[in-house]
Design a protein around this ligand. Structure first.
Ligand SMILES: Nc1nc2c(c(=O)[nH]1)N[C@H]1C(S)=C(S)[C@@H](COP(=O)(O)O)O[C@H]1N2
Ligand SMILES: [Mo]
Length: 536
């Protein structure tokens, strides 16, 4: 009887429910509702205090920070521009699973579940504490979430235990009545928790909205550069044949950044930045200072280093801003200051080679506008950097907050620390936009069209071929500038069957794109784009 191997000894389980157990479905519900309460309260407090500290947001941002680059790459190449959405859904699923487990392991005692919610809360707190934009107030939302999670779990758990076989060990004529009462109380409480969590989350989200920043942006109105660009010449694109339009509408401009659920929000009125470090005179700038200078406009094609062969992380805009070189001349860059180290509102950092920005004809901008409008919020409002010819990760800091002149030895930027290149000029590339992969076209004359780019060098020639046949020189669209992409088109004679089309471009230095396929990391992909299609 007392041997250790005796099965099912009649020891009463240690519980706060006198042996009563919550049904699995109710336990699952208790776990999920406690989670909803935690996230709702966290989101609500964060909305009023410090948006970035909302536990869900902070954990997502933290996850992006600690994810090894190869995984980020995998996510980007697999899910493309939906990578953040996939992250958030995946994260939500994992947290929900933990909450369900917390409920299921607590069918008798609430202790394991409360412990799990404590740990979840601490993870949220840790994520907020380690954020590059952490401020002391940022502890309130995760702490509130922790208290709400543990508290609501304990509370609902107690009600669920009461409702579970409520009369166990309770003699009395009204046991059935009492059971019904506690079940109604549980039902009411779960409903109140669900509605409360949803309302709290929604109010928090409303506060996030644009937080008045869109108003600040609208108030600026249209930007009128002192030196506007001429109208885009006729024949600068082959949009009717399937290429993108020469200028990318702001809403279609590709977007890449480490910000996840929340983008930084600084009103133009409260923006200021200092150019400091290895300079003769520190230069302090406000948004009004920039607006009061003669604004220039420049057409620039921006490209992401992560763009795969044939990828779409490239767009063109008329950027409006102040020449960065002029500002640096005023500050007086000291010899040896090889790196312009910029930091965004959300703590992302970027290292740009000073010598490139100081080239008299480079045209780097401290930009405040795109296509005549103030920068859209997701493209860096109020102020960003743009440098023609350099990949975005070493040049295009959005939500600009700080600019320090330093050396490459003294400071390492966000992507450099993660194995990406130090200096990254955009590589000469080309892409076939039409026909689309696996498209069926009529046999005979087939028009192939696409884009090529070699920013700051310019495109000299594009060639296209089918099935390793002879290269056909494509007709180039009107050139707008060497800092922008160039569209092309060519006619090929194709017989019935499946064909592999390929293209390659040559820049003004005479260099032709190498055929060798190289991955985007560390400084940009190489290789020829090919498209398999059918003529029938
Ligand atoms: N603050 C901030 N700026 C950033 C980034 C970022 O993650 N955070 N990403 C850079 C990268 S990798 C690119 S390619 C460009 C993209 O700019 P876009 O989103 O306006 O197209 O922004 C750059 N500026
Ligand atoms: Mo990028």
């Amino acid at each position: 009887m007392s041997t250790p191997s005796t099965p099912q000894t009649e020891k009463p389980p240690r519980s706060d429910g006198d042996g009563r157990a919550i049904p699995a479905a109710i336990a699952t519900l208790v776990g999920l509702l406690a989670l909803a309460a935690a996230l709702g309260v966290g989101h609500l407090l964060a909305g009023f205090i410090a948006p970035q500290s909302s536990p869900f947001v902070a954990v997502g941002d933290g996850f992006i920070r600690i994810t090894p680059p190869f995984l980020l790459e995998f996510a980007k190449s697999t899910f493309g521009l939906n990578d953040k959405l996939v992250l958030n859904i995946g994260m939500g699923a994992i947290i929900a699973l933990v909450a369900v487990v917390a409920g299921l392991v607590s069918r008798r005692s609430s202790r394991p579940g409360r412990a799990i919610f404590m740990v979840l809360g601490l993870v949220g707190l840790l994520a907020a504490l380690t954020s590059p934009v952490f401020e002391l107030l940022g502890m309130i939302a995760p702490l509130g979430a922790l208290v709400a999670g543990v508290g609501v779990f304990g509370w609902l758990h107690g009600l669920a235990l009461d409702a579970a076989g409520g009369s166990a060990g309770e003699p009395g004529r009204d046991a059935a009545d009492r059971g019904g009462l506690s079940r109604r109380r549980l039902l009411m409480s779960t409903a109140v928790t669900a509605v409360g969590a949803a309302v709290a989350g929604a109010v928090g989200q409303l506060r996030f909205g644009s937080g008045g920043i869109e108003d600040s942006r609208q108030a600026i109105g249209a930007l009128r550069p002192a030196t506007p660009v001429p109208a885009v010449p006729a024949g600068a694109d082959f949009a009717s044949l399937g290429t993108p339009t020469f200028i990318t509408p702001n809403a279609d401009f590709y977007r890449i950044d480490t910000a996840n659920l929340l983008i930084p929000r600084t009103a133009a009125e409260s923006w200021s930045m200092s150019i400091h470090g290895m300079v003769d005179r520190e230069l302090k700038l406000t948004y009004a200072d920039l607006m009061n200078r003669p604004l220039v406009e420049k057409t620039i094609t921006l490209t992401c280093v992560s763009n795969e062969i044939g990828g779409e992380l490239i767009s063109t805009s008329n950027f409006v801003g102040v020449p960065l070189r002029d500002l640096l001349m005023e500050a007086g860059v000291q010899p040896g200051a090889t790196q312009i180290f910029t930091t965004s509102e959300d703590g992302w950092t970027c290292g740009t080679p000073t010598d490139v920005v100081m080239e008299p004809d480079r045209g780097a901008l401290l930009a405040i506008g795109m296509n005549g409008e103030p920068l859209p919020l997701e493209h860096g409002f109020p102020v960003r950097m743009v440098v023609p010819g350099l990949y975005g990760f070493v040049s295009a800091t959005k939500w600009l907050a700080d600019m320090e002149l330093t050396t490459f030895e003294a400071a390492q930027s966000y992507w450099l620390k993660r194995g990406w290149g130090e200096k990254a000029p955009i590589k000469t590339q080309s892409r076939i936009d039409k026909p689309k992969p696996f498209e069926r076209v009529d046999v005979g004359k087939v028009t192939v069209a696409g884009v090529a780019w070699s920013q700051h060098r310019g495109i000299d020639r594009v060639e296209v071929r089918a099935d390793d046949g002879p290269w056909v020189v494509a007709e180039l669209a009107t050139e707008v500038s060497t800092d922008t992409w160039r569209m092309w088109r060519a006619d090929l004679e194709l017989g019935a069957g499946s064909h592999t089309l390929q293209c390659r471009s040559t820049d003004r230095t005479g260099a032709t794109q190498p055929v060798e396929r190289v991955d985007p990391i560390p400084d940009g992909a190489t290789g020829w784009h090919s498209v398999i299609m059918t003529a029938a």
